[in-house]
Design a protein around this ligand. Structure first.
Ligand code: COA
Length: 270
């Protein structure tokens, strides 16, 4: 892991930084395997918003501190106070879901860099990212049935779209943890790396994305999100609009010139 000059949020339990034009959000509560308190959810939202609004940032990586966990889920020690019944749970879900909604609608590409436990609410975060890269030693699971928690529509929608309904049922009914090889096989993660190579490999992919044409990436991101919706809910006008923006852009001219002149393109995002 690099030595980053972080901006601390949520009492230092969420760190926000920019490295080489890449935004990084770190879940930093290693004593609890980065379990997420409500304050951390809110700090997470603040970091996402700040990196979204920073024009120098073209891609955002999410990761956990400590080398043991990405996020081990919501902080169960808070449940007695803030999530003990349906009414409290609704308020809790509202406050944490508002932060995850920022990630669901994020305008820039996002990568979950998973090194260790990725459980419960951690899976929710990882599944909302565009891409999941994980170390060999990582473990995945949603132990909602072991706690008596209903995991909710958004989390299960993403789970089903990644692994299909049968694996979603197996994971949810048993609460089992699976290892990284199985997670790769069922489509929960896109690539596995040796533990020591995970961060560099993640940064390399982030830098590649950063160097590509932002509008072309935006077009892909918007269009893929629409493909995942029910046909009746698809915003085809948004796809058309971003297509026009892209094909009329200075970056498209730059891409063509750079190819013909056999040089690297310099994209500006317009
Ligand atoms: N919420 C609150 N505290 C958590 C936590 C969570 N989700 N996950 C881990 N912790 C705490 C543990 O209570 C422990 O605290 P302590 O040192 O004060 O006892 C500390 O983190 C280390 O965890 P520990 O269980 O001792 O480590 P382990 O390596 O034996 O097991 C896990 C790691 C992640 C498998 C295990 O902690 C676990 O099952 N956590 C809960 C996961 C979960 O149910 N998440 C879904 C929540 S919706």
């Amino acid at each position: 892991m690099p030595n980053l000059s972080n901006k601390p949020l949520a009492d230092g339990k969420i760190l926000q930084d920019v490295v080489d034009g890449v935004g990084v959000v770190t879940f930093n509560n290693p004593d609890k395997h980065n379990a997420m308190s409500l304050e951390m959810w809110e700090g997470f939202g603040e970091a996402l918003a700040a990196l979204r609004d920073d024009d120098t940032v073209r891609v955002v990586i999410l990761r956990g501190a400590g080398g043991k966990a990405f996020v081990s889920g919501a902080d169960i020690s808070q449940f007695e106070k803030v999530r003990h019944n349906a009414a409290a749970s609704e308020e809790y879900a509202r406050r944490s879901a508002a932060q995850r909604a920022l990630l669901a609608d994020y305008p820039k590409p996002t990568i979950a860099c998973i090194d260790g436990y990725c459980l419960g609410g951690g899976m929710q975060v990882a599944m909302l990212a565009d891409i999941r890269l994980a170390s060999h030693g990582s473990q995945f699971g949603i132990p909602a049935a072991r706690l008596g928690i209903a995991y909710g529509y958004d989390g299960l929608r993403h789970l089903v779209s990644l692994v299909g309904p049968a694996w979603a049922r197996l994971l949810m009914y048993t609460g089992m943890r699976i290892d990284s090889a199985e997670a790769l096989r069922i489509g929960l993660v896109e690539r596995l790396l040796p533990d020591a190579e995970l961060w560099d490999a993640t940064m390399e992919i982030a830098r590649t994305i950063s160097g590509n044409a932002p509008l072309a990436i935006k077009a892909a991101k918007i269009t893929i999100a629409q493909v995942l919706k029910d046909p009746a809910d698809r915003d085809m006008a948004a796809i058309k609009q971003v297509g026009i923006e892209c094909m009329d852009s200075a970056d498209f001219r730059e891409g063509r010139s750079a190819f013909m002149e056999k040089r690297e393109p310099q994209f500006k995002g317009r």
